[in-house]
Design a protein around this ligand. Structure first.
Ligand code: NAD
Length: 242
């Protein structure tokens, strides 16, 4: 077990990738704190995970909520909470724009900063894994706020890696392609969604398990010399033919 004796915190763990990441880390021996707003769902999750897993209420848009969650210095932090808004840039409201940026960009920074501060105070290193997206590296229509936030996360990852390497803190990102979860299920049921799958070189959506290898590489000592980088897991979507 690669993560025996390590503590981990996963944000947005109440569904989708976050719930999956929490299970994968726990299976490798980590004691996982599952953080999200929907504590009822977290309680069911941690009961299934066992191994000392605990549920923690955290809203990444609220600085006080994030700070309160870092009562300890986690060895591994998976910065996963995210939202999306589908709408044309000409029409998106300031509120919708701010909601996406505040969750997907500012929220990721709040959590990373709190994690970094706790680790530096404790005098130990750690690993932070930011869940960005292939939309942080390329664009698609009607997702301007999301793509902007995720591009910011990629660049933030590099900046924090540079500043915190001296503290033994590694900061990396995973850029998943399209993986079916609550965030996009409705879209993939539409004609446009089905057409999108045909443009992925591997002609399929990703499965949550496709992210397990990259997650464990970055979470464990196997990735000890990796920091400030992003791992793309997308079935070749970024290299689709022009
Ligand atoms: P999801 O909607 O199932 O999960 C997002 C989680 O974040 C939910 O549990 C939600 O409650 C939580 N969340 C939202 N706002 C929050 C807040 N203010 N505070 C705390 N938690 C909050 O979708 P998912 O696909 O599992 O997404 C997880 C991450 O992966 C997101 O950052 C998303 O952008 C990213 N991602 C997903 C895909 C994909 O295809 N599914 C692709 C690339 C990146």
């Amino acid at each position: 077990m690669k993560l025996e004796g390590r503590t981990a915190l996963v944000t947005g763990a109440s569904s989708g990738l976050g719930a999956h990441f929490a299970q994968v880390l726990a299976l490798q021996g980590a004691q996982v704190t599952c953080a999200a707003r929907r504590v009822d769902r977290l309680k069911a999750l941690v009961a299934g995970i066992g191994n000392g897993a605990r549920a923690l209420e955290m809203d990444v848009t609220r600085p006080d909520s994030v700070q309160a969650g870092f009562d300890q210095a986690y060895d591994i932090v998976v910065n996963n909470a995210g939202v999306t808004h589908d709408g044309r840039a000409l029409e998106i409201s300031e509120d919708d724009w701010n909601w996406v940026i505040d969750t997907d960009l500012n929220g990721v920074f709040r959590v990373a900063q709190a994690a970094g501060q706790a680790l530096v105070s404790a005098g130990k290193g750690g690993t932070i894994i930011n869940i960005a997206s292939i939309l942080g590296l390329r664009v698609a229509g009607n997702l301007s706020a999301y793509a902007t936030a995720k591009a910011g996360v990629v660049q933030m990852t590099r900046s924090l890696a540079l500043e915190w390497a001296r503290h033994g803190i590694r900061v990396n990102a995973i850029c998943p392609g399209y993986i079916e979860t609550d965030i996009n299920r409705a879209f993939f049921a539409t004609e446009a969604g089905q057409a999108l799958i045909k443009r992925v070189p591997q002609r399929r959506l990703g499965r949550m398990q496709d992210l397990d290898g990259p997650l464990l590489l970055l979470a464990s000592d196997d990735g000890a010399f990796m920091t400030g980088t992003e791992i793309v897991v997308d079935g070749g979507h970024l290299v689709s033919s022009l």
